[in-house]
Design a protein around this ligand. Sequence first.
Ligand SMILES: [Zn+2]
Length: 312
Amino acid sequence: MRVKNIVEGVLMVDLEPSGTTGWLATYVILRGDSAAIVDPGPKASLESYKKLIDALSLDRFKEVYIVLTHVHIDHSGVVGDLLEYLPSAKVLVHPRGVKHLTDPSKLWSSSLEVLGDVARLLGEPKPVPQSRILVAEDRAGLNLGDLVLVPIYTPGHATHHVSYMLDPIGILFAGDSIANYFNERIYPVTVHPFNGDEYLSSLDLMLKLRPKKIAVTHYGVITENPDVFIQRAKDKLISWTYSISNMINEGVLSVEEIYHSILSNDVELAYAKQLENSMPAFRGSTYRVIVGLYNYLLYKLKRANLATNPQR
Ligand SMILES: [Zn+2]
């Protein structure tokens, strides 16, 4: 387990789920009587949590919030188990995420479908009791001592994705709504069920928020020029969209071919692909990113064709 101070009372923690270091960052805010854990991670993090709860005395805070950017098993899978160790904790989530917390069976089957063995590595989520859930309303801030954590709806990566702005210090916890970020290399998180138009609108919205720092789940904190970071994610999404659309129009219909073409032209994605060898929980991730965008673009194309050539 690695713990780093971002600013006074805001920590970045790597719980090294499934023995994977440098892949998933959880953020912990400790302020007055209140504590918040942003994106606690997969079930595979549970053993590390027992140590973290002890080390930070998390069970002694009057108010503890588990704050979710979205309900995907790598971000939220541990919640059901974690609540048993934090008896006063409440879970904050987008209204559309609630049903996947109280009954994770559909989430689990679609995780197995999309992630395969990686899903088994991350672990099957336990149901969360309805009574422990708070709904995150857009812009309805949560007080944490002298700070306010403000939910900002940022759909695209998932329809129910929420980012959180920590005011007044200006840290934006962006989950998967902007980009994956490994050693300065970045690329948008376009895995299924991705929506490109929503993702771009959310990037524009976050640019307008002018965050001072951006904390992403995979992996770390952008302290310098966060606006450039968002712009880079936007540029890359636009350029991938252009390349993949061209390949589809030219009749390249094998997604493997498209993946290898993007990989050979994009040093940032190629760098992430290399990391997959040493990160078990990250395996197959770069491929899934391209498949997600490809499926979205194909869907859009079919819809457009249907609009111009309606079948009778
Ligand atoms: Zn993720």
